[in-house]
Design a protein around this ligand. Structure first.
Ligand code: CU
Length: 151
């Protein structure tokens, strides 16, 4: 019991000290005249939106070794996806490029730069549900697969 009393006394002393410090510093920094800063609700809303989007990123990971991808079938949930590609082939160039379909290889929806291993690159995409095609831009068909995004 005496120990608990001492503890309570110490805590009260610390609280009193903090309150004293806070009180003096806040009164010193307060402006003398009543100038107030306007807070726009619009700015608050924008900040909240950015935070919510950043929290909803799913990670998709794939790697390459011996001129092969670690998998030929990736899966993810629709939304913001962060693709991370690791090239484990020393001195061999690879990339991870994602396309809407195999029949449309003009422009990837997103891709890592072609780089020799060992290296790790990533990119972020917002994807709706559907099937997608991925391949290495150096080895094409020989290094390819599908990504299934569930809505
Ligand atoms: Cu390759």
């Amino acid at each position: 019991m005496p120990l608990r009393l001492i503890f309570t006394a110490v805590v009260s002393a610390i609280v009193a000290l903090i309150m004293a410090c806070g009180g003096s510093s806040s009164s010193a920094s307060k402006p003398l005249s009543g100038g107030s800063e306007a807070q726009t609700p619009l700015a608050d809303g924008a900040i909240a939106t950015v935070t919510a989007a950043a929290a909803n990123v799913s990670n998709v990971q794939i790697s390459a070794k011996d001129a092969k991808f670690s998998t030929d079938h990736l899966q993810a949930r629709a939304g913001r996806l962060n693709f991370t590609f690791t090239n484990d082939d020393t001195a061999m160039p690879h990339s991870f490029a994602l396309y809407k379909s195999k029949s449309d290889l003009k422009d990837p929806l997103g891709s890592t730069p072609i780089a020799t291993g060992p290296s790790t690159q990533s990119f972020t995409l917002d994807l709706p549900g559907g099937d997608y095609y991925f391949q290495c831009q150096v080895h094409m068909d020989a290094m390819s697969g599908t990504l299934t995004v569930t809505p």
